[in-house]
Design a protein around this ligand. Structure first.
Ligand code: MG
Ligand code: MG
Length: 259
């Protein structure tokens, strides 16, 4: 676990804003008929226009700028020729790197008209993230974040993916500590001022079990029911979390379509 100085947190904030704005550029183009590879190209071009480089491309051999995961795909989907269609949901996870530090943020979008039950999954997964952010303050523990997500989403009968978790972020895309989306209040590592973490609930409409695809990357729900994923980067501080990334740009684009 690496604590960051105020100056380092500002570099992380700059990266977090770049990924937040990239997601908004992608959001402008999410509609039935678009190929996922087209969204990937838009993201890469925008990231490079900001003087940054894609954070995921080449990471452990991942081939693209975005992870694009549709419907029952949970995370780590590879962009390609797949065409988004009305009624899909699509999780876009974006990373960048600039001045030696990383940015990492994710948002799940509705494509056209999505059935109510699935829209609620998106809204409540997003809400669970903000509940977790509220307790990401100095003196609390990792388990307080985990429990905030788990208790909220399980109250609706959803389930929390166990195999994938949030993480510290800094000069490495994934640093300690792990930030699970399940756990007990008051357990785990104490949160310290200067810790920078990605909180990223991955929440399934059905059961918690997931499987990995033959491509070696794509994680899907075992029961093929939809899954949602939202991610923000937070600097732990006293009193209130300092939220480095933001959904503001994305949700300005979504406007009245806001989930
Ligand atoms: Mg991410
Ligand atoms: Mg992450």
């Amino acid at each position: 676990m690496v604590l960051k100085s105020a100056a380092e947190i500002e570099i992380l904030r700059e990266n977090a804003i770049i990924v937040s704005k990239t997601l908004a550029e992608v959001a402008k183009n999410i509609e039935p008929g678009v190929k996922t590879i087209a969204l990937d190209r838009i993201a890469e071009e925008f990231i490079r226009s900001q003087g940054a480089v894609p954070g995921f491309k080449g990471y452990r051999g991942f081939p693209n700028t975005l992870c694009i995961s549709v419907n029952e795909e949970v995370v780590h989907g590879i962009p390609g020729e797949r065409v988004l269609k009305n009624g899909d949901i699509v999780s876009i996870d974006c990373g960048c790197q600039k001045d030696g530090f990383y940015g990492d943020s994710a948002y799940t979008f509705a494509v056209g008209e999505v059935r109510k039950e699935v829209l609620l999954l998106l809204q409540r997964t997003r809400e669970s993230l903000f509940r977790a952010v509220d307790v990401a303050v100095a003196g609390k523990r990792v388990g307080d974040i985990s429990a905030a997500v788990q208790e909220f989403v399980e109250s609706f009968g959803y389930s929390v993916v166990r195999e994938l978790v949030g993480h510290g972020i800094g000069r490495q895309l994934h640093e300690k500590p792990d930030i699970p989306n399940f756990g007990r209040k008051g357990s785990g590592m104490k949160l310290l001022e200067g810790m920078t973490i990605c909180i990223e609930p991955m929440i399934n409409l059905g059961t918690k079990n997931v499987v990995q695809g033959k491509d070696g990357w794509t994680i899907r729900t075992a029961d093929k029911m939809p899954s949602a994923h939202f991610e923000l980067t937070v600097a732990v501080a006293k009193g209130n979390a300092d939220v480095l990334s933001t959904f503001r740009y994305v949700e300005e684009v979504l406007g009245t379509k806001k989930i």
